[in-house]
Ligand binder design. Structure first.
Ligand code: FES
Length: 132
């Protein structure tokens, strides 16, 4: 516990107070190469933490919304489609990822979605077997 306490109360404050952060806007223009080099590590750490936090919050929002449909007919309460089997000549690929621009048919949008999210969605293929 002493190590953590010393790190938080002594080491980090000493490090931060040693950084060449100027007191005025004009001071930034008077910094030397050595000063700028000294500012790179804390900038990378703050940038990395910010980026990681942003990505974590973004993923949590996407996962936590509880909605599978991101954009199809969001103005109605329930998306229901009817397709007459007679209208299917041979086969039809029906979207199950809710990303198709040609809803309810698959347009391949599941591919980029799967790549981006690590998901494994794909269409359901309905085949029409003509009566003999
Ligand atoms: S576009 Fe949605 S399953 Fe293919």
């Amino acid at each position: 516990m002493y190590v953590v306490s010393n790190l938080v109360k002594v080491t980090i404050p000493n490090y931060l107070s040693s950084l060449p952060i100027p007191d005025s806007v004009g001071g930034w223009f008077r910094l030397g190469v050595k000063d700028w080099l000294a500012l790179i590590p804390p900038t990378v750490v703050v940038g990395g933490i910010s980026y990681y936090s942003y990505q974590t919050i973004k993923k949590a929002r996407e996962a936590g919304s509880g909605q599978i449909n991101p954009c199809i007919r969001k103005d109605i309460n329930k998306v229901v489609d009817f397709i007459d089997i007679e209208d299917i000549t041979e086969k039809a690929s029906l979207c199950r990822c809710w990303r198709s621009k040609n809803w309810p048919y698959c347009d391949g949008s599941h591919g980029p979605h799967n790549k981006e999210t690590g998901d494994n969605t794909g269409p359901v293929v309905v085949r029409h077997k003509p009566a003999n």
